[in-house]
Design a protein around this ligand. Structure first.
Ligand code: ADP
Ligand code: MG
Length: 200
């Protein structure tokens, strides 16, 4: 399908900006209370450059979003989400199927793991991105099943003990809270599903 990149960027930005307080609250429990602010700053910058980003072919546009996030989000999540979008820009064909999206997301997960030295189960954004990538790649995914899996995967970080990122400084005390990056990944995945399904 042809990607409606304009709608995808706008919906992603709007949802992340609207969730800034929620994400910052999650980060105040097990981090330094800035994840929502960081992400909001990044997507506001993306919106400010919207026209020049959308003037590019889709692969280049996604890479430009990634570079903007690296520059503007900061923290641990900026370089990681930046890597995610830059890898998607490199890997996604012009008219991807859901399985193509899974392959590209899997390539991003591999790049994220290398960059952040994290594994599945460490209580990070990977705990949402990796299962969703695998599910998409399986060829059995529907928009509903992807949204549900993303939400369940974010919830499944609550009982995990953080092994990577700032939350790992808390050790056992990181247990019992949802990982902020897992929640922001869930929000982004749901936004993309909604746009592609045409319900946004
Ligand atoms: P910081 O932790 O530097 O304040 P943010 O608050 O913006 O940065 O982002 C925190 C989120 O980044 C975490 O909730 C987690 O999902 C993700 N994260 C942190 N470190 C890693 C890592 N090494 N690998 C994958 N994700 C990570
Ligand atoms: Mg933080």
């Amino acid at each position: 399908m042809a990607l409606p990149l304009d709608k995808m960027l706008d919906t992603l930005s709007a949802r992340i900006i609207a969730a800034a307080d929620e994400l910052t609250d999650l980060d105040s429990a097990i981090g330094d209370a800035d994840h929502g602010l960081n992400m909001k700053r990044g997507f506001e910058a993306v919106q400010a450059e919207r026209a020049s980003i959308l003037a590019k072919p889709s692969g280049e546009a996604l890479k430009a979003v990634g570079m903007m996030l690296v520059m503007k989000v900061g923290g641990a999540s900026g370089p990681l989400y930046g890597t995610l979008f830059m890898t998607l820009g490199k890997e996604l064909p012009d008219q991807p199927t859901l399985a193509d999206m899974g392959r590209a997301l899997n390539a991003s997960v591999t790049a994220l793991k290398a960059r952040g030295k994290a594994e599945i189960g460490n209580k990070t954004m990977l705990d949402v991105l990796a299962p969703v990538a695998a599910h998409l790649e399986s060829g059995t995914a529907t928009f509903d099943s992807v949204r549900t899996l993303a939400a369940e995967s974010a919830k499944a970080t609550i009982p995990m003990k953080a092994i990577r990122g700032r939350a790992s400084f808390l050790g056992e005390r990181s247990i019992g809270h949802m990982d902020p990056g897992a929640r922001s990944s869930e929000i982004m995945i749901a936004a993309v599903c909604d746009v592609l399904e045409g319900t946004s």
